[in-house]
Ligand binder design. Structure first.
Ligand SMILES: N[C@@H](CCC(=O)N[C@@H](CS)C(=O)NCC(=O)O)C(=O)O
Length: 204
């Protein structure tokens, strides 16, 4: 199995952290593939018409995307039913927490494209401000309502941990720890997991 993508992408990192957590770290070949939102990447496009990272190529050369489906596929291959519980209330709590982490990552990546890639004169200030409000609402909600589920290792806690690490790397001025002490402590502890250490971001 191959996972294509650049580890700086929080979506790519979520899939590789998951691979380590379910014991598939050595079965996955990570193929570094960078993307630009305005350019076609021929290799990725042959596996996914959407052309975003990550894409997983199965041993039978099928493309699997996006990151949520890849994560579910990895759990399936590993026979793991703790990262995404099989059924019941817990399953939908975990999936909602995962959607929250993914939503934060989506907003952070879109913010990055808008502010770092788009020419200054074309940037949309109202959109930038709304995107930041979304992030702050998410930090508040995590601090007040999700600490119990975050204390477990599941698809939700992985998504949130990776999204916050991406913000540390790309958007340090957000200062998400301010006013969110429980979240800050939790993130520091989660970042010490082997899966997070092995995928840590080292380059700018
Ligand atoms: N919903 C997708 C989002 C993936 C995504 O946005 N990837 C970005 C990199 S972080 C990308 O490939 N951008 C290139 C583009 O937009 O063409 C997932 O979860 O995999």
């Amino acid at each position: 199995m191959k996972i294509y993508g650049d580890m700086i992408s929080p979506f790519v990192r979520m899939t590789i952290v998951t691979a380590h957590e379910v014991g598939l770290g050595t079965r996955i070949e990570h193929v570094v593939e960078a993307v630009k939102p305005t350019e076609v990447n021929a290799k990725l496009s042959s596996l996914s018409p959407i052309g975003k990272i990550p894409v997983l190529e199965t041993d039978h050369h099928h493309g699997i995307y996006d990151s949520r489906v890849i994560i579910e596929y990895l759990c399936h291959v590993a026979g793991n039913s703790t990262l995404i519980p099989d059924d019941g209330v817990k399953r939908f709590r975990v999936l909602t927490l995962q959607a929250l982490g993914q939503g934060m990552a989506d907003a952070a990546v879109a913010y990055r494209y808008e502010t770092a890639a788009r020419p200054k004169g074309l940037q949309w200030e109202d959109w930038i401000s709304r995107t930041m409000d979304r992030q702050h609402a998410a930090f508040d909600e995590l601090e007040s309502s999700w600490m119990e589920l975050l204390s477990e290792v599941n698809a939700g806690s992985i998504a949130v941990a990776v999204a916050l690490s991406y913000m540390d790397f790309r958007l340090p001025d957000l200062h998400w720890r301010n006013g969110h002490p429980k979240l800050g402590h939790w993130h520091a502890a989660f970042s010490g997991r082997e899966s997070m250490v092995k995928t840590a971001l080292t380059q700018k």
